[in-house]
Write a protein that binds this ligand. Structure first.
Ligand SMILES: [Zn+2]
Length: 136
């Protein structure tokens, strides 16, 4: 099943149009002011998808004012593409709706065994911590 390029992407609450156009020097472009992502017409299967994700990350960077470098956007795009591609079950898990009886607004702090869920980021050593004030 060959999926088509999505016509729009919802990115941090904004709708970006995505279009395939012939580009000279770039694989893709993200134009934040017009909310448009342009993808070159003549790319291979994987590079086209990697590029769409790359441009979406540029849009996230813009919306969230992260000031990511091109190298960071490249790394995140390629790594996320590989992660999602290599773990189709992860995508299903991430987009799954809550089970019946565990809808939003209800207490979901107990897991199926009746135990407390571990708090995010505290269950293992080496968990990445938010560092809001430090910048390098
Ligand atoms: Zn880029």
């Amino acid at each position: 099943m060959a999926a088509e390029l999505p016509k729009t992407l919802r990115i941090v609450g904004k709708t970006y149009d995505s279009v395939k156009v012939p580009l000279i020097d770039d694989c893709g472009l993200c134009e934040d002011h017009t909310q448009q992502i342009k993808i070159d017409t003549k790319m291979g299967h994987d590079l086209e998808r990697d590029t769409l994700l790359h441009e979406a990350i540029h849009a996230i960077d813009y919306c969230m004012q992260l000031s990511m470098s091109e190298k960071q956007v490249n790394g995140m795009g390629t790594a996320l593409y590989a992660l999602l591609n290599d773990n189709p079950e992860l995508i299903k898990y991430l987009i799954a709706k809550p089970r019946k009886g565990k809808t939003n607004g209800q207490d979901t702090s107990m897991d199926s065994q009746g135990g407390k869920k571990p708090k995010r980021g505290t269950q293992r050593q080496g968990a990445r911590k938010l560092q809001r004030s430090k910048s390098r």
